[in-house]
Design a protein around this ligand. Structure first.
Ligand code: PMP
Length: 320
């Protein structure tokens, strides 16, 4: 008989196997206790890594960079009880994807978090005296999912300043801010939110970085701001520069976005997505623009072709 877990698993494309604290287990077997510290206090961090098809082969994209970012989060949260070598983490991920045998592409979700208070520890919020856990799940993901363009709003929620909350890694607790912003946008009939920082400059979208095309140049807020410096952001900046395009990091105001020729977002999950309107104002021609189209094409080539300019970004799972 099909259980609720089976239904959830197939609806989400969740692979049959997961990695959990040192072993490969059924992805739907409940294994965390209700007292899990990361659940109570947001003391965890995660990554989202894509694997793309090239012919019959499957290749992880920039897995090393994703795991290096996760290990930086471990340092912030004093998470020491998980594998801390990038090569080991990639090895576990490759084994997981081989076991799950997703038909198309895949999305990999590693999660590290605080687990249980040590016996001598009093209850309360703490980063020491608490055990740690690493799990990795994977989901089937269509190889290319082209989004024609989205409508965004400027969120009434601001990004927290980085002296209050580290923005440069994907800490689970920080996603409350992202959830509030995306919920507000969807409730108001938009697809996504663009959040400002405390000074009123553009920080990022709810789960993506922001680019604007101004006077023929590509601009994105500096990675010293209150934003996650995305790996897709870095990929696009690198590829566009190599293709001879002008890319600069500089503060962007909402008015810069309203008057830009194009605005587009970048993220592992969605790739390059054009913003066609912002808070009800059309941007540029109101269609997907030539710069976003070119950036998306460069990205597509880099993530699924070993003949591309950056073969070091690809890890073979099944070489095909
Ligand atoms: N900002 C936030 C808040 C995100 O959650 C994401 C998605 N990881 C991004 C930016 C884009 O980062 P990346 O390109 O590494 O996926």
């Amino acid at each position: 008989m099909e259980t609720q877990n089976d239904i959830t698993r197939s609806a989400m494309g969740l692979g049959e196997w997961a990695y959990d604290r040192g072993e490969f287990v059924s992805a739907t077997a409940p294994r965390l206790t209700l007292s899990t510290q990361g659940l109570h206090y947001g003391t965890g961090a995660f990554e989202g890594i894509r694997a793309h098809r090239r012919g019959d082969g499957l290749f992880l994209f920039r897995a090393r960079d994703h795991y290096e970012r996760m290990l930086r989060a471990c340092r912030i949260l004093r998470i020491t009880g998980v594998p801390d070598e990038v090569d080991d983490l990639i090895g576990i991920t490759v084994e997981l994807l081989r076991r799950n045998g997703h038909q198309g592409g895949a999305y990999v979700r590693p999660l590290v978090h605080k687990l249980a208070l040590m016996p001598h520890m009093p209850p309360g919020v703490s980063l020491v005296g608490v055990s740690d856990a690493l799990s990795i799940t994977s989901f089937g993901f269509p190889t290319s999912r082209t989004v024609p363009g989205i409508r965004c709003m400027i969120s009434s929620w601001r990004r927290p300043p980085r002296d209050a909350f580290p923005a440069q890694v994907k800490l689970t607790g920080g996603y409350v801010n992202c959830a509030l912003a995306s919920d507000e946008a969807r409730a108001a009939g938009f697809d996504d939110a663009i959040l400002l920082d405390q000074a009123g400059n553009v920080a990022e979208a709810s789960t993506a970085n922001v680019f604007a095309v101004l006077d023929g140049r590509i601009a994105t807020p500096p990675d010293t701001g209150d934003l996650l410096p995305g790996i897709t952001r870095d990929t696009l900046m690198t590829l566009c520069r190599e293709a001879g395009m002008d890319v600069l990091e500089r503060p962007l105001s909402p008015a810069d976005l309203f008057t830009a020729d194009e605005v587009f977002l970048s993220s592992t999950g969605k790739g390059v997505v054009s913003v066609l309107s912002l808070s009800g104002r059309g941007i540029g021609s109101g269609t997907v623009g030539p710069v976003a189209t070119r950036a998306a094409a460069l990205y597509d080539t880099a993530k699924s072709s070993t003949d591309g300019a950056h073969p070091e970004w690809l890890t073979p799972v099944t070489p095909g």
